[in-house]
Design a protein around this ligand. Structure first.
Ligand code: ADP
Length: 444
């Protein structure tokens, strides 16, 4: 029963006073008091009925209630309103959380204390092949791995381990278990195959560099040791010193290529101010002149320049890329071989190619040639003086010029290494106003 309002107290007080004054005169005091009590009870019953009716839908306005009942209805209304907006907030947050969990690339599986699945996100479907019929099933029965069993049993100290995916060959998964409460655990699973590959590549790279440097260093150390012998004549020292030149040059070339490759990989694409209008004819002439020095008259060089289009690029980088291709042609072509530098145009862009009539490459090697230190024949490549980084440099230079390297080769017949530049990388395709910032260069 709500507290009486002031108007009700006044009405009740006035009625009682009237009864006390009029009752003795008429000799009806008890009857009048009874009448007031009955009216009061009837009035409160009506109010309580209205209140009950309203309370079934407490978010509506309360009409026709006395002010004391209306006050009570008001506070109920406010508290229902507040709890409704709190519920709405909670629901909104839960929906947001669900969207985030569903968007996660990592699998998230919630399990109870017995290891039974109570919830999982779509990534768990992809990585662990879970589907809606797996709800309530034992995770270990679905992802069978003894290491995972140990992890869920608490047998692995830092609660994280790597396992090979039982579903997709070659996929490596990192699994982490988080105790959310005494009854709930969260199992997070991440595909770390790419990360692992990068790590392995880095380790291989360091091992390769060390190996490449160790060979010439061992040679240098051997000669130096012999030179320090007391009974070595001055003539022999001269002879030994001359033998140091080649391994030292080899190390110099390797370190130079390594630095260049690291710079190419690490730096962002060339800015507008770095770009030049490269005249391919001058570039090709400069490269062939250098290659003639390397060949020492053992090869015949030809230039076939069918296009006069200029390339928009970094001249030093393109010179280095073309030089690597021509140097390889010299290195892997026998005496008397013909090496052709050609430049032509098609609908897709311009093509700068180096073709040789050398030893050629078997098809199974072609897709791997641009990997760092990949050689078809390691011993032969070392004898010929390559660093194993030439084609990786070419690939990165071209990538920085939005271009690609295509390789065609036939064993025993020769090879064609072609730099394919898209139309957007040629000068005629550029907005003429952009040309002001592109300086002319002879490419050498
Ligand atoms: P390298 O310094 O060993 O030449 P590259 O990255 O330039 O390294 O080339 C990788 C491998 O590709 C070489 O070791 C060689 O086996 C092969 N190769 C490259 N160019 C030619 C070519 N013109 N003819 C035949 N084989 C080639």
């Amino acid at each position: 029963m709500p507290k009486l309002s002031m108007s009700e107290i006044v009405a009740l007080g006035a009625s009682l006073l009237a009864v006390l004054l009029v009752g003795p005169v008429l000799d009806l005091t008890p009857w009048l008091l009874l009448a007031i009590a009955l009216v009061w009870i009837a009035y409160q019953t009506v109010q309580q009925r209205r209140f009950s009716r309203w309370a079934r839908h407490p978010l509506r306005r309360a009409n026709g209630l006395s002010s004391s009942w209306a006050d009570t209805a008001g506070s109920v209304h406010r508290s229902v309103h507040a709890s409704r907006s709190r519920t709405r907030n909670i629901l909104r947050r839960m929906a947001e959380l669900q969207i985030v969990t569903e968007a996660l690339p990592d699998a998230a599986v919630v399990i109870d204390q017995r290891g039974l699945i109570t919830r999982f996100n779509p990534a768990a479907g992809r990585l662990l092949r879970l589907s809606s019929k797996d709800m309530g099933r034992d995770l270990l029965a679905l992802v069978r791995d003894p290491q995972l069993a140990r992890l869920l049993d608490g047998g692995i100290d830092d609660h994280v381990l790597e396992i090979m995916s039982p579903f997709v060959a070659g996929v490596r998964l990192e699994v982490r278990v988080i105790d959310v409460s005494s009854r709930t655990r969260l199992v997070l699973v991440r595909d770390v195959s790419q990360l692992y590959r990068l790590l392995t590549m880095r380790q291989d790279f360091i091992a390769n560099v060390s190996h490449e440097l160790r060979t010439p260093l061992t040679v240098v150390a051997g000669y130096l040791e012999t030179m320090t012998d007391e009974d070595v004549s001055d003539v022999d020292i001269q002879l030994l010193a001359s033998k140091l030149v080649s391994p030292v040059h080899r190390m110099e070339a390797l370190v130079g290529d390594l630095l260049l490759l690291t710079r190419l990989e690490a730096s962002s694409p060339p800015s507008a101010s770095e770009l030049e209008a490269i005249d391919v004819e001058s570039l090709a002439h400069a490269v062939v002149r250098e290659a003639e020095g390397l060949s020492d008259g053992r090869h015949e060089f030809r230039l076939e320049l069918a296009s006069r289009v200029k390339i928009r690029g970094v001249s030093k980088e393109l010179h280095s890329a073309l030089m690597n291709l021509v140097a390889n042609a010299v290195r892997y072509s026998p005496k008397g071989g013909v090496i052709t530098v050609s430049f032509d145009q098609s609908d897709s862009g311009v093509h700068l190619a180096v073709t040789d009539s050398g030893m050629g490459i078997a098809p199974e090697h072609i897709s791997r040639l641009t990997e760092r230190f990949y050689r078809v024949d390691l011993a032969a490549a070392r004898v010929r003086g390559g660093t194993g980084l030439g084609l990786a440099i070419v690939k990165h230079v071209l990538k920085r010029h939005n271009s690609t390297l295509s390789i065609q080769s036939e064993l025993g017949q020769g090879s064609r290494f072609c730099c394919d530049f898209p139309v957007s990388q040629t000068l005629s395709a550029i907005d003429p106003s952009a040309l002001d910032s592109v300086s002319e260069t002879d490419g050498s």
